[in-house]
Write a new protein. Structure first.
Length: 107
């Protein structure tokens, strides 16, 4: 895990608690300086999920027994797409975690 600026420095984001979050390296790299993306369902620009201001369960759900993440809202869909949250490597890892009883996380 690494520290992510929710609003990137390049876009004026500050290094203060309200703008920082932990992210896995691949997700943080995919996010880059993005704060929004194109909704794959409707084609309009939607902000990425903000873990400091939004509730995960409002925008996402675990499917396939916790192996994949489903975006429930435009924010969820664009975040899943932009960060490639269901890329094959992480789905394989989640499969192992599910079998070990470590995943999905309890609410």
């Amino acid at each position: 895990m690494e520290i992510d600026h929710i609003i990137p420095h390049a876009l004026g984001g500050l290094t203060e608690e309200d703008n920082l979050w932990l992210a896995c390296s691949p997700c943080n790299e995919r996010k880059g300086i993005s704060i929004a993306g194109l909704d794959p369902l409707r084609g309009n620009i939607i902000p990425l999920f903000n873990p400091r201001r939004q509730i995960w369960q409002d925008h996402f759900a675990w499917v396939d027994d916790g192996r994949r993440i489903l975006g429930l809202t435009p924010i969820g869909r664009i975040t899943v797409t932009a960060l490639q949250m269901n890329r094959p490597l992480i789905v394989r890892a989640r499969t192992i975690w599910v079998l070990a009883g470590w995943h999905p996380p309890k609410d």
